[in-house]
Design a protein around this ligand. Structure first.
Ligand code: SF4
Length: 271
């Protein structure tokens, strides 16, 4: 019997499966590439600037310095992922087959939007007063021989007493109250990975929304992390079952209008 492949779960893969198993298959099993969107591009650029600013000495982390990093971060991003420029103009063919000229006007609009988001960040925090333990750290833990939980954490802070604070930047708006617990799942998942690897429960989880300068916080408990573990294990079993039976049902929702795979999705292409 062939060895069962280890399932690697991150919050985004879990969210894909919960939204629609077929979407999960396109992304995680078939590894199909998607045309990048403008929101994702803006988010990647802001995340990189906020990562870079913490590499400077605390006295060199002011707003002007952060904004001045925009162009070099942009150059770094497109060097790593040239196809990101497709997000700037629908007319740029995807996948990229040749180098294309980027309109300076569109780039200026992007940089202005990024500047606003960075200004909103500075309205919430003063990075010169924060010394992160890590930024963009890959955290992972093998729950069993079949299941790894992992993710990249935007920023982990450590207080002088050794308490951990997990931070995640969101370039969108903060969710309405009834959706905030769904949004917090990602950070509970990270807290679970840290708890399993270090036996330490992070003291505070923070979702930092840059569009409307809001911070959602949560203090996890061991009981809460146990519930998160049960949820993750239950979802992992469902995904393993889908893999074994090759059954990836579609789930039609309003989100299908934003799904890159709609044009090939059986739910929309069946006669
Ligand atoms: S279009 Fe909708 S149903 Fe089809 S794969 Fe995407 S999310 Fe799933």
């Amino acid at each position: 019997m062939p060895e069962k492949e280890m399932l690697q779960l991150s919050p985004s893969r879990i969210s894909d499966y919960q939204q629609c198993p077929a979407l999960y298959k396109y992304r995680a099993i078939d590894k199909m590439v998607e045309r990048p969107g403008l929101d994702a591009l803006r988010g990647s650029l802001v995340h990189l600037i906020l990562e870079q600013i913490f590499k400077n000495a605390p006295s060199d982390r002011d707003f002007t310095k952060a904004v001045s990093l925009t162009n070099e971060c942009w150059q770094e991003l497109v060097k790593l992922e040239p196809e990101l420029i497709c997000a700037l103009d629908d007319k740029i063919p995807f996948p990229l087959t040749e180098s294309v000229e980027i309109s300076q006007e569109r780039l200026n609009v992007l940089f202005e939007e990024v500047k606003t988001l960075i200004a909103n960040y500075y309205a919430l925090e003063d990075p010169s007063r924060i010394q992160p333990k890590s930024t963009e750290e890959l955290i992972e833990f093998d729950l069993s021989d079949d299941l790894k939980i992992k993710g990249y954490v935007d920023r982990i802070d450590e207080s002088p007493q050794g308490w951990l604070r997990i931070n995640d930047y969101k370039t969108g708006k903060s969710p309405k109250e009834n959706f905030s617990s769904k949004a917090m799942f990602q950070l509970k998942f990270y807290a679970l990975v840290i708890f399993k690897s270090t036996k330490e429960i992070p003291k505070l989880l923070r979702l930092i929304y840059l569009k409307d300068s809001q911070i959602l916080t949560y203090e996890p408990t061991e009981q809460e992390l146990d519930l998160t573990l049960k949820k993750v294990e239950a979802l992992a079993s469902q995904i393993q079952r889908s893999k074994e039976t090759n059954d990836w049902p579609t789930n039609i929702t309003k989100l299908c209008d934003y799904c890159y795979f709609k044009s090939i999705c059986p739910a929309f292409t069946k006669a």
